[in-house]
Design a protein around this ligand. Structure first.
Ligand SMILES: [Cu+2]
Length: 805
């Protein structure tokens, strides 16, 4: 199916035949013919997108494939080639392919509703563009959540005139994450909020876990400042894949140098990569060459690519290992034959370690930004415009806190210092570990019979382990980004091979944007707005555009700009590297700038698939550009903000209680209800339907109706108007006035004792009535079910089952 039509060779042969007798005559003349005209070749591919049954975990599930493969076939070109790629959609739904990192005409970029209408079922779209660049890139679907299901592959462009590195043997390594769960269901689970994925990953956080590590102060200072528990990834994955398998092998000769083209084609997973046979020599990032440097351990952000050279030691089989950033799994490539040498294990992230100091100002802040030490006023005043760590006002005296003012000193503090530190007490390379059985490791079947997640022996008592796996039961632990064993991306070491600085006389447009989000509701914003509610970012041809990206969340966001390379302002000044995707680490600022020379409408977004789908994206629009009529006609679909339905029912012996929610990013329709029958004469019920307008993670305003009654007698029906607000210690509060002039105030709080076992209490005071209090405990059994036991001030003691959907 994959037939690169090398009409190039045919053309060349013909040309050679014709030229032979004339070569003496026109030899000198030929020197003046531009090279691309002689070498330009048309390279064609046919890519068929279809569903196919695949098996990664021991059960057959439907995957999305390109020409029957997952990942799709690697597409190879030479710089200057003319690419013709026919994409055939054999699905029963729309699709698209985007060429990630490729400079091309806007209409060929493959983003539905931005650059073209999606490819309809049964239809073919022909992409056609010249390859102006060389390097390691990739392609993927840009339609809904299809990328999670397998629609990605490598795209490699050989340079016209290669250097010594280009003469080495190369091997493409596509890293990805796989879940048997339908991606739509994953998004739904994230939207409704669930501890389930962190429980499955063993990355839950709890009071007992914190106590076990002696980190209760960090736990409660985080709660006090209303931060959500930090995690490095949102989703639980069944498998991590390297070229579609959990284990792969490659023949290699002792002493051989091999160029690995590493592509993070994952939906949400960052990977640490490491080679058991020695350090990695990094020669390119995002396809662009950099001054070579070595690294023992490299963190690759989602959608980034790195070209690394490895040198095979004398003899044996050496592991090139990709470990998921959150420590929940890994995939390996085994190079060479002979005795096996495992790559070193990477310490598990200590998610309890807080990156920020406690301060009263932050505890009492009115907005989420303020509680992170980065209020809107300070952002507008430009306080965080320099690259580096932010919101560290509680730690000013510490070395990471100082904000470099001089651009020449720009320095991603913490990132820069980490790699220079010694990998103390940890023998990184070439250490054989016993935790993987060798004969199991290479059974040739992707993911079958393989140990999914090797867990180090857990310290602590057995009963705690029975209740749940917790961060505290892993060993060893290290603080992410702070410990040299868990470095952040090596951006400060990336140095372009030639100066990349722009002409200082060019006009500069500066665009400041905060990266915000709400883990609980799972909505993600730029400048506190989702894509659906935002205007495009307008730029003009000929100017230099600078994005100042201020991350006010506890997550990494790999930001990607289509159709351009941007400079990442780092310690290398005029040699700042060129990239197409850059990780903006938690609570840091990253500054990028690009020359606005690629006319069109281009997408700019977080490359975590579910963040993009939940609003963290923008359209970058060139002034005076008009998309073609077909694209303009469907453009509005880009701003679609779908509603999700979810809820829960607590069914207990004395009463039942529940809530149903129908919400999109900003609008929340809900109905809370309760019915009690114990200790009362007649069935007592209350229903409160309401509409909330969501302001931010702390606050929403609402209007609704409060209905109360006994049996079939309605005792109260009043309109209500109120405010929900998150108080310090992550205490949820709600206040309303009703049309009868009564006032109600309620607070609720839950606390995870272990990742499975939580205690909760709710108190409600109504001026027209009295106190109503309930308190109890839940134990998470499965994704949708928990046990619940409680005491209720009106209906007494009881227990039952909680169902969440
Ligand atoms: Cu993101």
């Amino acid at each position: 199916m994959i037939t690169p039509d090398r009409s190039q060779s045919a053309a060349r042969r013909m040309l050679a035949k014709l030229m032979k007798p004339l070569v003496t005559l026109f030899g000198c003349l030929a020197l003046f013919i531009p090279m691309p005209m002689l070498l330009a070749a048309t390279v064609e591919y046919d890519l068929t997108i279809a569903w196919q049954e695949m098996n990664f975990t021991g059960r057959m599930v439907k995957a999305l494939t390109v020409n029957g493969q997952l990942p799709g076939p690697p597409l190879r070109f030479t710089q200057g080639d003319h690419a013709v790629i026919r994409v055939h959609n054999q699905l029963d739904e729309e699709t698209s392919i985007h060429w990630h990192g490729i400079l091309l005409p806007n209409a060929m970029d493959g983003v539905p509703f931005v650059t073209f209408p999606p490819i309809a079922p049964g239809k073919t779209f022909i992409y056609e563009f010249d390859l102006r660049q060389s390097g390691t890139y990739w392609y993927h679907s840009h339609t809904m959540l299809q990328e999670q299901r397998g629609l990605y592959g490598a795209l490699v462009i050989a340079p016209k005139d290669g250097n010594a590195f280009d003469r080495l043997r190369d091997h493409v390594v596509v890293l990805s994450d796989w879940t048997d769960e339908d991606a739509g269901s994953v998004l739904h689970t994230l939207k409704r909020g669930s501890e389930w994925y962190s429980l499955q990953k063993g990355s839950g956080q709890s009071v007992l876990g914190a106590a076990r590590l002696g980190m209760l102060d960090a736990y409660f200072s985080r709660e006090l400042q209303r931060m959500p528990p930090m995690d490095l990834a949102d989703v639980y994955y069944d498998r991590f894949l390297l070229n579609g398998a959990q284990q792969q092998s490659l023949a290699a000769q002792p002493g051989e140098k091999i160029r690995l083209r590493v592509i993070a084609g994952s939906a949400t997973t960052f990977f640490y990569v490491q080679f058991a046979g020695g350090p990695l020599q990094i020669i390119a990032a995002d396809g662009q060459p950099v001054q070579p440097f070595t690294e023992q351990r490299l963190l690759i952000g989602v959608a980034e690519t790195y070209d690394v050279i490895i040198t095979m030691p004398a003899d044996g089989s050496f592991e090139f290992r990709a470990t998921a950033h959150d420590g929940s799994g890994q995939a390996s490539l085994w190079l060479g034959t002979g005795p096996r040498h495992n790559a070193a294990d990477i310490p598990y992230p200590n998610l309890y370690s807080s990156m920020s100091g406690l301060s009263l100002k932050r505890v009492l802040a009115l907005t989420p930004g303020g509680s992170m030490g980065m209020s809107g006023t300070e952002v507008r005043a430009g306080k965080f415009d320099q690259p580096g760590m932010n919101g560290m006002d509680g730690m000013k005296e510490m070395e990471h806190g100082a904000m470099p003012q001089d651009a020449g000193e720009m320095n991603l503090a913490g990132m820069a210092s980490a790699p220079e530190m010694k990998h103390a007490g940890h023998d990184i390379a070439g250490v054989a570990h016993e935790n993987m059985s060798s004969d199991k490791a290479l059974n040739g079947h992707p993911g079958l019979g393989m140990p999914t997640h090797e867990q180090p022996a857990a310290p602590g008592s057995i009963w705690l382990r029975l209740l749940a796996e917790d961060v505290s039961s892993k060993a060893p632990l290290a603080a992410d980004g702070m410990s040299p064993e868990r470095p952040w991306p090596p951006y400060d070491k990336l140095r372009a091979v030639q100066p990349t600085a722009f002409d200082p006389d060019k006009p500069v447009r500066e665009i400041r944007m905060t990266l915000d989000g709400d883990m609980e509701r799972y909505v993600w914003f730029l400048n506190n707005k989702p894509l659906s509610a935002a205007d495009h970012i307008e730029i003009k041809r000929g100017e230099v555009v600078r994005f100042i990206m201020i991350n006010r969340t506890m997550m990494h966001h790999p930001m990607h700009l289509h159709g351009h390379f941007f400079r990442v302002l780092n310690a290398q000044d005029e040699y700042s590297p060129l990239k197409h995707t850059v990780d903006v680490a938690p609570m840091t600022t990253t500054v990028i700038e690009f020359a606005a020379e690629e006319f069109g409408d281009w997408f700019f977004h977080c490359h975590l698939l579910y963040h993009m789908e939940s609003g963290m994206a923008r359209l970058v629009h060139y002034h005076d550009f008009t998309p073609d009529a077909a694209t303009a006609a469907v453009r509005q679909h880009l701003y679609h903000d779908p509603f999700h339905l979810y809820g829960r029912v607590d069914l207990m012996s004395p009463m039942a209680h529940g809530a149903v929610v129908y919400a999109n990013t900003r609008h929340i329709f809900s109905a809370e209800w309760q019915v009690g029958w114990q200790r009362v004469d007649d069935l007592h019920w209350e229903v409160t339907p309401a509409y909330d307008y969501y302001l931010n993670r702390f606050a929403s305003v609402f209007a609704g109706i409060d209905l109360e009654g006994a049996g079939n007698h309605v005792e109260k029906h009043e309109g209500i108007f109120g405010l929900r607000y998150l108080l310090p210690l992550n205490i949820a509060s709600r206040a309303w006035v009703d049309t009868a002039g009564e006032f109600q105030f309620a607070v609720s709080k839950h606390l995870e004792l272990t990742p499975r076992l939580a205690v909760f209490s709710e108190a409600e005071y109504d001026t027209g009535e009295r106190w109503e209090i309930r308190a109890g405990a839940t134990c998470l059994l499965a994704k949708h079910f928990s046990l619940i036991g409680q005491w209720h001030s009106r209906f007494g003691w009881g227990g039952g089952l909680r169902w969440q959907f």
